[in-house]
Write a protein that binds this ligand. Structure first.
Ligand code: AMP
Ligand code: GLY
Length: 426
């Protein structure tokens, strides 16, 4: 089967790497891809939201499956376009409908879904300009810190953790009265702060059945010891030691099953990934967010630990037969360490040549590209997160050491990476 993968990050390189290992994958196209995905298939210069071009490409190249990497095309309704178009109805497209994608695209939608299905989450209230006035006394009496969330997609910047009432009220005003996040912030979810450790749980569902992929933990802050600004993710580990059988049983019983039952009961067209962001508070899992796609950089440890053929898994997802699939996992630990451009997550320069990519790699390390692009005979930086190195080992600490060793042989100007990924488990 010919497959089209949409996206251009480290997540997409890891997905392309895994898809290309399947005997069922004939031609693999990645749009737009990066210098790493070009090693697994053919990059196509096409935007992930240019639905007309995507339709034409799918028909021209007889694509049998489309895997949507990022959330934006899903939130904009790419799956609905495929379902409604007679010429595209036979194509398996992996991802939820526009309605289902609101689990990620609208925090208020996700919260209401969790309330309907009794899924544990932080206490909250929803505000917009019509009940703005009620928000002020609500914030004044709220315990600190206060979490404010712009309802819609805000490029990962829509969550604010406010440590004083003054700050919370100022941000609340900026969001609702001054359109700080544009349309995404027209509605605001005000939520209680959850104090605990985060965990990313990955579910694949066909709308009725589900399977779990290996879990992961992501390191979001730029600085060592989890300090400094939030980023798209500086590294990840899998498995996560505190996610033991007893805890995962709670996650399945209290979160995963009610979520999938909720999707089925509400007849939501959802054939794709549900990424559940959890915080473990005491011994209990609470949901902080749903995403309708895989995580990045979590995918760069999840795919390497997945032994099951990804094309088989996704075909079963599209056909509604996920109950026939058994997920086999690599018993080893995997970690990934992300190398970023100097200045990231603030402003940074692009276009620096990357050296050392041609050096031989140890058998248990893989380089996944994120913000890279081929230029003449070179590969140059083209984003904040540039590339990550994933390694396997019997221990998380050992895997991190292997990735750091590989990173020492890769160089680009102002390259930075955290040396302490997995520090709590080393
Ligand atoms: P999100 O944009 O929903 O991924 O949230 C970004 C980050 O904000 C999460 O990864 C958490 O670290 C943090 N966060 C979100 N909601 C809460 C909450 N209720 N309590 C504590 N931290 C939170
Ligand atoms: N690593 C978090 C995310 O992909 O949203």
């Amino acid at each position: 089967m010919n497959i089209l993968l949409l996206g251009s990050g480290g997540r997409e390189h890891a997905l392309a790497w895994k898809l290309s290992q399947s005997a069922k994958c004939q031609q693999l196209y990645i749009a737009p891809g990066n210098a790493g995905t070009a090693l697994c298939g053919t990059n196509i210069n096409m935007s992930v939201t240019d639905f007309d071009a995507i339709k034409q490409f799918v028909l021209d190249k007889q694509i049998g499956m489309v895997l949507v990497g990022p959330e934006e095309p899903l939130v904009k309704g790419i799956v609905d376009m495929f379902r409604k178009d007679a010429a595209l109805q036979q194509v398996a497209i992996i991802g939820p409908s526009q309605y289902g994608a609101q689990l990620e695209g609208s925090k208020a939608f996700a919260k209401k879904f969790m309330m309907r299905h009794h899924i544990p989450t932080a206490k909250y209230r929803e505000f917009d300009t019509t009940n703005y006035e009620e928000g002020i006394p609500y914030l004044q009496q709220h315990s600190l810190p206060i979490v404010l969330k712009a309802d819609g997609l805000a490029a990962g910047k829509g969550v604010l953790i406010c440590h004083s009432h003054v700050e919370a009220m100022a941000e609340f005003e900026l969001m609702l009265q001054q359109s700080k996040f544009g349309d995404a912030g027209k509605k605001v979810v005000v939520e209680e702060f959850l104090d605990g450790i985060e965990l990313s749980v990955f579910v694949v569902t066909d709308g009725k059945h589900y399977v779990l992929l290996p879990e992961a933990k992501d390191y979001k802050r730029i600085g060592e010891g989890d300090t400094g600004l939030n980023t798209g993710g500086m590294g990840a580990v899998s498995p996560v030691p505190f996610a033991d059988d007893a805890f995962m049983k709670k996650v399945i019983d209290k979160v995963v099953e009610p979520t999938i039952k909720g999707i089925a009961q509400e007849k939501i067209d959802y054939k794709g990934f549900v990424f559940v962001g959890l915080i473990k508070v005491g011994d209990e899992p609470l949901v902080i967010e749903y995403n309708c796609r895989m995580g990045d950089p979590e995918t760069e440890v999840v795919m390497p630990r997945l032994k099951t053929d990804l094309v088989d898994l996704l075909q079963a997802t599209a056909q509604g037969t996920l109950d026939t699939i058994k997920v086999e996992k690599d018993h080893r630990a995997a970690c990934t360490v992300m190398a970023v451009s100097g200045g990231y997550p603030g402003s940074y320069e692009k276009g620096f040549p990357i050296e050392g990519l041609d050096k031989p790699l140890p058998a248990d390390s893989i380089v996944f590209h994120a913000g890279t692009t081929p230029k003449e005979d070179e590969v140059v930086t083209s984003g904040g997160r540039v590339l990550c190195v994933t390694s396997y080992d019997d221990t998380i600490g050992g895997a991190v050491r292997k990735s750091r060793k590989v990173l020492q042989q890769i160089k680009f100007e102002d390259m930075y990476y955290r040396k302490d990924i997995g520090y709590e488990f080393a």
